[in-house]
Design a protein around this ligand. Structure first.
Ligand SMILES: [Zn+2]
Ligand SMILES: [Zn+2]
Length: 327
């Protein structure tokens, strides 16, 4: 099969011809139709996440069809499913047994510990394959699987916040903004100062205000989510939320947070992160996305152009989510 392969961090991916993988116990073999590109992929390529499987097929927003159901129960040949970042959990540890399988110390992640979807075929544990809402084409469904799911988990952590700030307006934010609006919240978007196209994208996606991250919002926020991997945004976000407000860091990696006065955290402001996702997030979010309905801005690239898609993401040239299309 054709695949885009990472041999070692800090190199471009290379086109490779690999044997089609054989499903192991509990796994299904999928023909990949589309796979979303995520900022986490850049962190893996840049060596900012410490222990990827190597060589590695990246990609954890996989839309595919079952071609071999193996011995896995419940999935028929031909079924369309989505595969997210969380690829396997132990099911036995205290986190798995208490609703926090996202924190399972033995968890295995798609496109990191397990080969992912930058390829024509991929194997996945059937328990971590999700049916996708019918109204979405393959291309549009892919971004729901990480941008959508992680964004939704971040949004849940904001409780009933009515005035919501989003710092960094890309793939996840454009989905979260639409869900937040559907829930009756007001969205304030913070983009790179001077980035007019990101501001316009935010306003098109449902934000009622969009400005530079160096600007104060017109009103104090009840909560804010930081999607950009920039630690310097943490004090800015804390400054923008009201007492008892929440700031959620949604990325898997962030540059260092600068020293800041305690006064920014004082008055019971909460600063927290979101790590990975649970199956419950997927079971709640995917039907909700269809109900809103979330309109996904997907930018297609042929599989072979994965390096160009990653470069466009890195340079902030995308309005929406880059998606590799393999058929
Ligand atoms: Zn576990
Ligand atoms: Zn991701």
């Amino acid at each position: 099969m054709r695949a885009m392969l990472l041999d070692t961090p800090r190199r471009l991916l290379r086109t490779a011809d690999l044997p089609t993988p054989a499903p192991q116990a509990g796994q299904v073999l999928l023909r990949v139709a589309a796979c979303g590109v995520c900022r986490t992929d850049l962190h893996v390529i840049d060596g900012e996440l410490p222990r990827p499987k190597l060589p590695l097929v990246l990609g954890h927003q996989i839309v595919g069809r079952v071609v071999d159901a193996g011995g896995a129960a419940g999935l028929a040949t031909g079924a369309r499913v989505g595969v997210p970042w969380l690829g396997w959990t132990c099911g036995a540890c205290e986190y798995c047994r208490s609703g926090y399988e996202n924190l399972c110390p033995r968890a295995r992640f798609t496109g990191y510990d397990l080969d992912g979807g930058y390829a024509e075929y991929a194997c996945a544990d059937a328990r971590f394959c999700f049916p996708l809402p019918e109204g979405y084409a393959d291309l549009e469904a892919a971004p729901l699987l990480c941008a959508g799911l992680i964004g939704y988990r971040c949004l849940r952590c904001c409780g009933d916040a009515r005035r919501l700030g989003l710092f960094g307006f890309g793939s996840a934010a454009h989905i979260v903004a639409q869900v937040a609006r559907h829930q009756g919240r007001e969205v304030f978007a913070f983009v790179r100062p001077g980035d007019a196209s990101a501001r316009a994208f935010a306003l098109r996606s449902g934000a009622s205000w969009a400005g530079g991250s160096d600007e104060p919002p017109p009103d104090l926020l009840d909560a804010a989510i930081i999607f950009a991997p920039v630690g310097g945004l943490v004090p800015l976000a804390l400054r923008a939320v009201r007492p008892a407000g929440v700031v959620v860091c949604g990325g898997i990696h962030m540059s260092d947070i600068p020293q800041m006065p305690y006064a920014l955290l004082w008055e019971e402001r909460v600063l927290r992160s979101v790590a990975n996702l649970t199956r419950r997030d997927a079971e709640e979010f995917l039907p909700l996305a269809a109900k809103v309905p979330v309109r996904v801005a997907a930018v297609p690239y042929p599989l072979e152009d994965a390096n160009a898609a990653l470069a466009d993401l890195r340079e902030g040239r995308l309005s929406g989510t880059a998606v590799l299309v393999t058929q």
